[in-house]
Design a protein around this ligand. Structure first.
Ligand code: ATP
Ligand code: MG
Length: 568
């Protein structure tokens, strides 16, 4: 490809609407353009990279025994009614009617369609397992489309669905998919953690999200370098280490004027925040006034609390007053009658609490569960933070942020039961098919790769998904010997199977360097007048920034070796 005819309109200025590096760079480098909110056109460079991601996905899926097919984007709303999702999915589902008034949806995912497809065909255990996938545009009317391809309303997804006869079979298929998904991330140059999204009854996982590590990620994670454990911090449980409060263990009332926050009380008592106890008052969904207590250095986890208390809310000032509680000085000892006390599991072994005294400007030290107050329930209540112990080994958890690029999920019989998709098992019993579903965000993977690989000059493509592997930059494309040398190298590279773009534009060297860096081609070969006089060109590695003079006669072989070693 010659840059003079490449359709890649670059922008001089940073687009105002782009907050993330990936969004900004893909717009600036002429890879994507916004059509409307959450709708993007993929220009030729982006499309080449997307095709490469798709090829990697296909390769891994086919190797794992899955078969590609293509389902209609439009789905009869009746199918979504059958599964119960027509109502449950809410306004994210794009709905419309055809000219006859028949209702349809634009598929945000295709469990219904695939279940309907196989339900009268997969009738015997002998036909199983079957694993089918497609790569297609998906539609979700996201409430807040943002960050360009990261969260758009039309996006490219690989969605796959498996059908097995037994739980062991489903587990095998699921494990194979999980492995393929890890390979896909690696081959696309994405650093990702497999994060357990859902644990099964026997301790194994039944859903894993692959999280590309990036500061800009929406998910907040903890992981252990020691054993590989990784989890969403909202879902993770931990053995929080707590410290005992000050004092000799006797219940002691302490005057703590104005010390209504953890920061103030720990400073006043001269102890670490984790040696104090944080009390919150809430009203559970069933109306029960409840005080929850967590270690002073941890927060109440809203998701876990909702599991326990239903749709709860923290008490307002008025509700606190009605309940006889004093903001900043709530504690377990001497709670007004009728208030339930629920404490974090980690505090069970602790025998000396520094906590509010249910009296303005007073705290207790040395408060002891069982002796000084009764706990109605112990529960896992806190959000895990970096520095907490790993729940699976002796390691210490680290914190990170992540972008969900893909997910594997054991659906079990959710759709096959709702939609009556059953088969005959070995003993002649009719049973619902056991399903798994597997999604890769292809366009999100592209943008996650840019989020992970960029610098102040632009994108730094991993070779495996770069739109072109090499750019050839003649600085005097109209003059000899530059012109003919460039043409010759271009022919040789293309013949050697290297995807090459030649910057034949009549532009200043500075403009060419900036554009090639912005677009992020992994290797650049610069042909300058002085170098050519000495018989050399400059080979630049975009990722490391290293430059090296290489003899004109050797550069093609060098580049071929570099590119072939780096291809996925
Ligand atoms: P999220 O939690 O980010 O909304 P999800 O869990 O709803 O995503 P899935 O249903 O698991 O998404 O879809 C599979 C994959 O499709 C996701 O892992 C993600 O990579 C991609 N994806 C989902 N929604 C979008 C979107 N709005 N824009 C781009 N990619 C998306
Ligand atoms: Mg998901």
């Amino acid at each position: 490809m010659r840059m003079s005819s490449l359709y890649a309109p670059t922008l001089k200025e940073d687009p105002a609407e782009a907050e993330l590096a990936s969004h900004r760079l893909l717009l600036r480098a002429g890879f994507i353009r916004k059509q409307a909110s959450g709708l993007y056109s993929y220009l030729p460079l982006a499309w080449r990279s997307l095709k490469k991601i798709e090829a990697i996905v296909r390769d891994e899926m086919d190797a794992a025994g899955a078969q590609e097919l293509m389902l209609p984007v439009m789905v009869d709303a009746e199918l979504w009614r059958e599964s119960g999702r027509h109502d449950a999915y809410g306004p994210e589902l794009m709905r419309f009617e055809d000219r006859h008034g028949r209702e349809f949806v634009l598929g945000p995912t295709h469990e219904e369609t695939i279940t309907d497809l196989v339900k009268n065909e997969l009738r015997s255990y002998k036909q199983l397992p079957v694993n089918l996938y497609q790569i297609q545009s998906k539609f979700r009317d996201e409430i807040r489309p943002r960050f360009g391809l990261m969260r758009s309303r039309e996006f490219i997804m690989k969605d796959g669905y498996s059908f097995d006869a037994t739980q062991e079979g489903l587990q095998r298929t699921y494990d194979a998919m999980k492995e393929a998904y890890a390979n896909i991330c690696e081959r696309c140059g994405i650093m990702a953690l497999p994060v357990v999204a859902d644990s099964g009854q026997i301790g194994g996982d039944t859903s894993v999200e692959f999280m590309a590590l990036a500061e800009a990620g929406e998910a907040s994670l903890v992981y252990c370098e020691n054993c590989g454990f990784a989890a969403d911090d909202e879902a993770a449980s931990t053995k929080v280490v707590v410290e005992e409060g000050p004092g000799d263990g006797a219940l002691t009332r302490v005057h703590t004027p104005g010390a209504g926050t953890i920061e103030k009380i720990s400073a006043l008592l001269g102890v670490a925040e984790r040696a104090t106890r944080k009390s919150l008052a809430l009203i559970a969904a069933d109306g029960t006034p409840t005080v929850v207590i967590v270690p002073g250095d941890h927060e109440l986890n809203e998701v876990k609390a909702e599991h326990l208390f239903g749709e709860y809310h923290l008490m307002s000032d008025e509700e606190l007053e009605d309940a006889g509680l004093h903001k900043g000085f709530i504690g377990p000892v001497g709670l007004p009658v009728g208030i339930r006390l629920v404490c974090d599991e980690s505090l069970r072994e602790s025998a000396s609490w520094a906590c509010g005294a249910n009296e303005v400007d007073y705290h207790y030290t040395g408060a002891r569960p069982g002796r000084d107050f009764a706990v109605d329930a112990w529960a896992d209540l806190v959000t895990v933070v970096a520095g907490d112990p790993c729940p699976h080994c002796d390691g210490v958890l680290k914190g990170a942020r992540g972008i969900e690029v893909s997910q594997v999920f054991q659906l079990g019989t959710k759709y096959s039961e709702a939609m009556d998709a059953s088969f005959m098992d070995e003993d002649g019993h009719e049973k619902p098919l056991l399903m798994g579903c597997y999604g890769v965000g292809v366009s999100r993977t592209l943008t996650a790769a840019v989020e992970q690989h960029n610098d102040e000059h632009g994108i730094i493509w991993p070779v495996s998904i770069a739109p072109y592997e090499v750019s050839l930059i003649p600085l005097d494309p109209k003059k000899e010997p530059c012109a003919s040398t460039a043409e010759r190298l271009f022919d040789e590279l293309v013949s050697a199977g290297i995807e090459t773009v030649m910057d034949d534009r009549d532009e200043r060297p500075g403009v060419k360097f900036a554009d090639n860096d912005l677009m992020g081609f992994p290797y650049q070969i610069v042909l300058g007048r002085r170098g050519l006089e000495r018989g050399v060109v400059e080979l630049k590695d975009r990722a490391t920034g290293e430059r090296e003079d290489v003899a004109v006669g050797e550069v093609v072989a060098r580049v071929v070796a570099l590119v072939e070693a780096a291809r996925a």
